[in-house]
Ligand binder design. Sequence first.
Ligand code: GLP
Length: 362
Amino acid sequence: MIAGIIRERKAHGQKAVLGLPTGSTPVGIYRELIRLHREEGLDFSNVVTFNLDEYLGLGPDRLQSYRRWMQEHFFNDINIPPENIFIPDGLTPPEKLDEHCREYEAAIQRVGGIDIQLLGIGRNGHIGFNEPFSATNSRTRVATLDPVTRRDAAGDFFGEEGVPMQAITMGLGTIFDARKIVLIALGEHKASIIRETAEGPSTPRVPACYLRQHADATLLVDTAAANKLTAVATPWVLGKIDWTDQLVKQALLWLSEQSGKALLKLDDDDFRQHNLHQLLRHHGPAQSVAHRVFRWMMAGRRSARSSRGVHDQRQHRGLRSRRQTNRRPGERIQPPVRHRRVQIQRPGRARGPVVGKEGPGR
Ligand code: GLP
């Protein structure tokens, strides 16, 4: 998508303007763009970038500075002209901060606005450093960091005390002006805030939820971050579904939790009271489907126990098993990462997220 915009703009002799985040989330995107540059000649000479934010008081020589992070993770490896890179300057003296922020906004205007704004999300729903209760029309400014943000950043600063109290950030208004927005979330620790962002009430407590009002905003999540979305956690409440064994099991465990009853004690009324009429119709009555799930679970436990046995034996024969699998000692097989694409809803559309096809996201 990003490469497409860069190529398309270049073909028309125009600049592509990217709004960029830092953090663990976009690392894979930067790596892929670097690969496209090296292997497929993706040209960044007509690209202009604006970073979302920078810690106040940090210069580019500091380990945690976003300017330094961007150089090391992206800019040093592509052919972007240095004068096309814009990042708020964390060392701006206090008396010049207002002017610096105004100039940042003016620079975005001068190049005709941002074509695509990439975003990560904080566990408290912040985007950039627009913390809970930021004004929706806010522009680039100095913002005071939320305690959750400072706690999450503590690892980078060798303790919470080292985390700056303030940062310069693009405002929510600045972000919403981008023509296209893509918010990316990876990992289980983002699942709750992603649910609130995509499906919760519109509230200033979760700044990212206002992205639902944008004309072209997409949420890109991996399987772990999607876990609590209705379409993944309880798809049966959204309408007709194909009842795979996995979904039947998921529904029964959910029903047992909701009703506070053991699996084998569930009755037809529990199913009806929790919108599981379709499951009851196709796989009921309650007792029979509950017994089926119970048997699968027992069989699953037995096979997990026996494969653990095999694994233990392999560990004892470590050398042989490593040679066979061609893995380095101690290296674990990583499950394939899958992504989901969710079109962020705009007001007036049907309730519940629209989850597109699963597939490799980048
Ligand atoms: C910081 C940045 C945000 C970023 C967030 C999430 O607070 N200011 O722009 O989205 O961290 O970081 P991560 O991607 O590491 O989860």
